[in-house]
Ligand binder design. Structure first.
Ligand SMILES: *Cc1c(COP(=O)(O)O)cnc(C)c1O
Length: 362
């Protein structure tokens, strides 16, 4: 076993169980799951776990993750969920089965690239229902675009329509909001004279509708990442019962490099810290603290890691060091000891993508 620290432990058994539980719960209500792997930066083992748990697509916002999964032998339907850059159109036609789209000029370019390869590329046309990130705002323009794709673009198949809420605009995925998408899908179907295969009703935040059994008829896909990787947000912020899911898929471990009793207030004339900020320091007298060999380079923001052990609290950090208060910790920490942390989505995106962290699967 490779014992380099910091290490990120990923429990693939628990992850797989989470995906299967959510997938089955959704399928009972007629919903398929696109498994979103961008939170774990598209790690191969994580993507394989989603595949083995039987998701409809493996989905990510990043083309490089799709390309590297494909080159690593992943032979499974893959979906690009960030509306693409014009410069990605050739890779889309080459590597992606289905993409979310919102600009006709880009869709036309994908059509050309697909044509050159004698392929047909599936797209989901995005409508903005108020969250104000990607998607058509003007619903007439949306319908015109759908009709144009259907009639004029031979190498693009309009697989369905979709929306995203709760990302920029913090809009809730209410039954009313998602019903707007179903209404729009019916208008598209009228225009193009056939049924759409997919109506994609959002991300983890739309799982609330599954848990409450009130997702509108007509929605048949959700794109879920956080809800299976952490299953934390719906429980913490909305009080949903997520107890059937594991909350320990990820565990962070870091090594203690110094343990000393020191003042809690810096000594000397204070100016700025390593990030040119002027923080406030509370004077709590002399306290025992441990320095661990991990920092912002590894996890991003200190508020996204959580010491697991009783009596250990976060004090501060710089790029490569994190200071812990261990005055109330029962364990007599010494250099070489390992301290464990829970993490959240915000730190996982860093921890899973930096060369400085040793990723281990259990
Ligand atoms: C990131 C993303 C998702 C998944 O979001 P979670 O909250 O992690 O489930 C779904 N759809 C789009 C368009 C995204 O960008």
């Amino acid at each position: 076993m490779d014992n380099r620290y910091p290490s990120l432990e990923i429990n693939l058994k628990h992850l797989r169980s989470n995906i299967e539980v959510v997938r089955k719960k959704c399928e009972e209500q007629g919903i398929c799951i696109a498994g979103v792997v961008k939170g774990a930066t598209g790690l191969k083992e994580v993507a394989e776990c989603f595949r083995d748990a039987g998701v409809q697509y493996i989905a990510t916002s990043r083309m490089d993750q799709i390309v590297s999964l494909r080159k690593g032998g992943m032979n499974y339907p893959m979906m690009l969920i960030r509306v693409p850059m014009m410069s990605e159109c050739s890779d889309i036609a080459e590597y992606v089965d289905c993409s979310l789209q919102s600009e006709l000029t880009v869709i036309r370019a994908v059509n050309m690239e697909a044509k050159r390869r004698s392929r047909v590329h599936d797209i989901i046309l995005m409508a903005d229902l108020g969250d104000l990130r990607e998607g058509f705002w003007d619903k007439e323009a949306f319908l015109d675009c759908a009709e144009y794709i259907e009639k004029e673009l031979e190498n693009i198949h309009l697989l369905g329509i979709g929306t995203n809420v709760g990302c920029y605009g913090s809009v809730l995925a209410t039954n009313e909001k998602l019903s707007e998408l179903v209404d729009l899908s019916k208008k598209v179907e009228e225009r193009i004279g056939r049924k759409l295969e997919i109506v994609s009703g959002g991300a983890t935040s739309s799982l609330m509708r599954i848990w409450d059994h009130d997702i509108p008829d007509g929605i048949n896909q959700l794109r879920v990442g956080e809800g299976v990787l952490f299953a934390r947000d719906l429980a913490v912020y909305y009080g949903y019962d997520m107890s059937m899911l594991h909350h320990d898929v990820f565990k962070l471990k870091a090594e203690v490099i110094e343990v000393k009793v020191k003042p809690t207030h810096p000594v000397g004339e204070l100016a700025i810290d390593a990030f040119c900020r002027t923080p406030h320091y509370e004077d709590r007298g002399m306290r025992k603290r441990a320095l661990v060999a991990i920092g912002r380079v590894d996890f991003g923001d200190l508020s996204d890691i959580f010491p697991k052990e009783k009596g250990i609290t976060l004090v501060g950090c710089s790029s490569d060091h994190t200071i812990l208060d261990v005055e109330d910790c029962e364990r007599e920490l010494v250099p070489g000891d390992i301290v464990e942390f829970d993490i959240d989505y915000g730190s996982l995106i860093y921890l899973s993508s930096t060369r400085t962290v040793n990723i281990r699967y259990i």
